[in-house]
Every structure is written in structure tokens, then in C-alpha cells.
Ligand binder design. Structure first.
Ligand code: GLA
Length: 475
């Protein structure tokens, strides 16, 4: 009897320690081009991976879960992957969707801009890649390391090819890409649809083919394409983005195209046709909760601007309400605006992350991953919130109610529905799930943010100022 009780006590621990798959369960890639995907799984290390019916041309590194090689011809390949550690084995189907679309779930990764602006170099980028692995972010599904503005030399090469700043990248961009790929991660870069980038480095206009080809040679996996110093009208923007979108498609590599014209010309209506996998819907995010500067946006301003855009999001075509500011604490080179913005509270960063997950935003962290405090790690590594973001259905949440400053978002999932209850008030408020949402939700609900389980038989739930409660109802 005693042994039996002991077993019952320890059983859940064993179950928890078994590997759990995270991140994308469906991966898009162009046929016959370089393929890289890391099977993300949490659980006690070492974990050994297997993959059944991996298409010819692809290999699996069994100790890291990195799948790499050349993608097969167009088609849908269902690969049964397993992850085993000393507590057990988990299996799942990973769908390789080889065709015309990339980013079939919102891209997850990191971008240099918010925290470093121009202060980037090879060493920092490689250390960030290391940190993405060492902090467990890769295991949670984070994948891209995106270099933003200021990687450029003063001028292009004599033959027109793009050139890196040799002081910052003494071994060239391919060297950085090779390193990032060796970690099972992907490398993103930045340019602009005009003569200059926003930081006045050389832009891509007129050099689309040569840039796309060179990026492919360097091993670039994503391009963020900005719109400073370009003609304001929509027609020109569509032409310029389409030109680069096509050049990337013809580059011989699967390069995700991130459109960044700040939502000014409604890119949700034409971004996918221009070849974009996601498009910014707003001007830049800054590290404050609810200011009203039209060019230095707060989290609340951005949230208001997302209302109604959900109908434009679909797998491979996402709205991008800008990068995450989680963990910047008023110290980001870009997002603090020279000390003007002091940052958010952890509760606010948590809400920002939870709502970006609900909105199917790309999850691009932009703090210094080498020095995150525990609160930042907890926020960025919340697997249950990430699972909502990465759900294969690809449905962005809709804001369904706004009573008394409590905003309720509803997100349809492949296996149920998720709700986020967000207290926009600057004081504590309470709510009752069945009164606010649906009478038929019975039993208990678990807050995916705090992990707290709450009875739904009329129990009032307190939400602090700016706090968010997220729960899922399975079908
Ligand atoms: C614009 C973009 C930002 C960043 C900077 C770089 O402001 O919106 O995200 O890329 O340019 O200069």
C-alpha cells in the first residue's frame, strides 16, 4: 500500500519529465531548396530524437533534433518524430509542407533592434544564438536570429553586391549564418525598399535580384524589408515589395519575407500577394504601456490598432504588431527613446506577451537574451501560451467584448477555444468566467499565465491592473 501511495505521489513528476513537443508542428519550405528545422521539445536532457519516413535528402541529428538537408519535391510529408529521455517517449506527427508558402505558423525568434540598434557585431549575434539554445528558447520553438539595421558597410561592393561592415562582421555574413545554422537556428537580415535604410545605410531599391541572390549565398533565411525614404503612395509600395518578394522567391532559397511599411498602406490587403509572410501593422513599439505618441507607440495603442485585422491573418500571412519589448525595462537602445520610456511592469510585459500570442503575432523577442532575469524567462518560455500562438489552425483572436475596461479575446484553435480576459483598467477588477464569457463553460479553468486553477461555479477572479487571464476550453 505504502509503495502504491509513493508511486501515486511520484507518477506526475515522471510524466512531467517526459519530453513534450513545442513550437511548430507544420513547417513550410520551397521544393529543392535548403531545409532546416529543429524539433523543439522540453524535458530532462539528454533527449534522443528519431524521425520515421523522413524524405530523401533530409537528415536528422538524433541528439539535437535538428533536421537539415535539401527539401524534396512539392508535396505534404508527414513525418513521425519521437523524443525519448529516461522518463519515456513522446511521439507526434510533424508535417513538412513543401510548396509555395513559408512561415505556416508565426515565426518565433529574436531581433537585434529594440535592444541594440546599431551596436551589433558578429560576437553579439553569435552569443545571442548561444543564449537562445542555453536558455531553453530553442526548445520552446524560437528559431530566427534576425539582424536589423546597421550591418552594412558604407557602400556596396564595386560590382553592386551588398557588403557587410567589416569591423562589425570581420568574417563575413556567411560565417555568422553557418554558425547560427549549426545551432539549428536560422538567420534573418534587414534592408529597405528605397535607396537608404531607416538608419541611412544602403537600401535594396534597384538591387533586388543581386541582393536576394547574395543573401541566398550567405545563407540568409529571412528578410525584413523597411520603407524609409520611399514614395508614400500605395501603388509604389506594392510594386517595390512585389519586386523584392519575387527576387526572394527566385533566389534558390526559402527566405521568409517580412514587410515593414508600418501598416500605413493597409499591407494586410496586399502583403501576401507581394510575397510577404507577415507585415507590420503599426509604427514602432516603444517601452511604455499607454502613451499616445503616434510615432512612438505604446502597447495599448498597438492593441487598439489590431482590432478588426484578424480576418486577414492565415497560415503564411500574419499581421505583425511589432517585436516584443519583454525584458527591456526601459533599457533598450531603440525602445527607451534615450531614456524617455522607463519600461513596463512584469505584469504588463506578461499581458503584452499573452496578447501577442493570442493575436498570432510573430514572436520576436528583442531583449538581451544573454542577461534575462527570471521574470523575463518565465514570460518568454510560457509553453502553453506559445502553443496558442503556434496552433496549426492559424486563427488570430478576435476582441469579442469590452465591458467596463475588461477586454475579452477569443481565439479558435484546432482542438478548442482560448479566451484572454485582459484588465485594461489601472486598478484591480474582478470577473466571473460564466458571466463574462459563456454560461456553458463548466468545471474549472486554468490560467495559462499563472498556472492557477479556478472553479467556474461563479467564483470571482481578481485581475490586477493590466493583468491578463488566459484559459483554454478543449473541444
Ligand atoms: C524602422 C523599423 C524598425 C527598425 C528601424 C531600423 O523604424 O520600423 O523596426 O527596423 O527602422 O532603422
Amino acid at each position: 500500500m505504502r509503495n502504491f501511495l509513493l508511486l501515486l505521489t511520484f507518477l506526475p513528476i515522471f510524466l512531467i519529465a517526459q519530453p513534450v513537443f513545442r513550437g511548430a508542428k507544420i513547417v513550410g519550405n520551397y521544393p529543392n531548396t535548403f531545409f532546416l528545422h529543429t524539433i523543439a521539445a522540453t524535458g530532462e536532457k539528454p533527449i534522443v530524437f528519431t524521425a520515421k519516413e523522413l524524405p530523401v535528402g533530409l537528415s536528422l541529428d538524433v541528439s539535437t533534433g535538428i533536421i537539415y538537408g535539401t527539401a524534396p519535391k512539392a508535396g505534404i510529408y508527414k513525418v513521425e518524430v519521437s523524443a525519448t529521455n529516461k522518463s519515456g517517449t513522446s511521439t507526434q506527427t510533424l508535417e513538412l509542407n513543401i510548396g509555395e508558402k513559408l512561415a505556416l505558423t508565426p515565426p518565433m525568434g529574436w531581433n537585434s533592434w529594440n535592444v541594440f540598434t546599431s551596436d551589433i557585431d558578429e560576437k553579439i549575434i553569435m552569443e545571442i544564438a548561444d543564449a537562445m539554445v542555453n536558455t531553453g528558447m530553442r526548445d520552446a520553438g524560437y528559431e530566427y536570429i534576425n539582424i536589423d539595421d546597421y550591418w552594412h558597410a558604407d557602400t556596396r561592393e564595386a560590382d553592386g553586391k551588398p557588403k557587410v561592415d567589416e569591423k562589425k562582421f570581420p568574417n563575413g555574413m556567411k560565417h555568422v549564418a553557418d554558425y547560427v545554422h549549426s545551432k539549428g537556428l536560422k538567420l534573418g537580415i534587414y534592408s529597405c525598399a528605397s535607396e537608404f535604410t531607416c538608419g541611412r545605410r544602403f537600401g535594396g531599391y534597384g538591387y533586388e535580384e543581386i541582393d536576394a541572390k547574395t543573401y541566398a549565398e550567405w545563407g540568409i533565411d529571412l528578410l525584413k524589408y523597411d520603407y524609409c525614404f520611399a514614395p508614400w503612395n500605395r501603388k509604389t509600395a506594392i510594386e517595390r515589395y512585389t519586386k523584392m518578394g519575387e527576387a526572394l522567391k527566385n533566389s534558390g532559397r526559402s527566405i521568409v519575407f517580412s514587410i515593414c511599411e508600418w501598416g500605413v498602406r493597409k499591407p494586410w490587403k496586399w502583403g501576401a500577394a507581394a510575397g510577404g509572410s507577415y507585415w507590420r501593422t503599426t509604427f514602432d513599439i516603444f517601452d511604455h504601456w499607454k502613451g499616445n505618441n503616434p510615432f512612438q507607440l505604446s502597447v495599448m495603442q498597438i492593441l487598439k490598432q489590431q482590432i478588426g485585422l484578424e480576418k486577414y491573418a492565415a497560415p503564411g500571412a500574419w499581421n505583425d504588431p511589432d517585436m516584443l519589448i519583454v525584458g527591456n525595462y526601459g533599457k533598450g537602445n531603440a525602445t527607451s527613446a534615450r531614456g524617455k520610456f522607463k519600461g513596463l511592469s512584469d505584469t504588463e510585459y506578461q499581458s503584452h506577451f499573452a496578447l501577442w500570442c493570442m493575436l498570432n503575432s510573430p514572436l520576436l523577442s528583442s531583449c538581451d537574451l544573454r542577461n534575462m532575469n527570471d521574470a523575463t524567462k518565465n514570460i518568454l518560455l510560457n509553453n502553453e501560451l506559445i502553443a496558442l500562438n503556434q496552433d496549426i489552425e492559424g486563427k488570430q483572436a478576435t476582441l469579442v467584448s469590452k465591458k467596463k475596461g475588461i477586454w475579452v479575446y477569443k481565439k479558435e484553435l484546432s482542438d478548442g477555444v482560448a479566451y484572454a480576459v485582459f484588465n485594461t483598467n489601472s486598478k484591480q477588477k474582478s470577473f466571473v468566467v460564466s458571466e463574462l464569457i459563456e454560461k456553458k463553460i463548466k468545471g474549472t479553468v486554468k490560467d495559462l499565465v499563472s498556472g492557477k486553477v479556478v472553479s467556474n461555479s461563479g467564483e470571482a477572479i481578481n485581475l490586477d491592473a493590466h493583468q491578463t487571464f488566459v484559459f483554454k476550453v478543449n473541444r
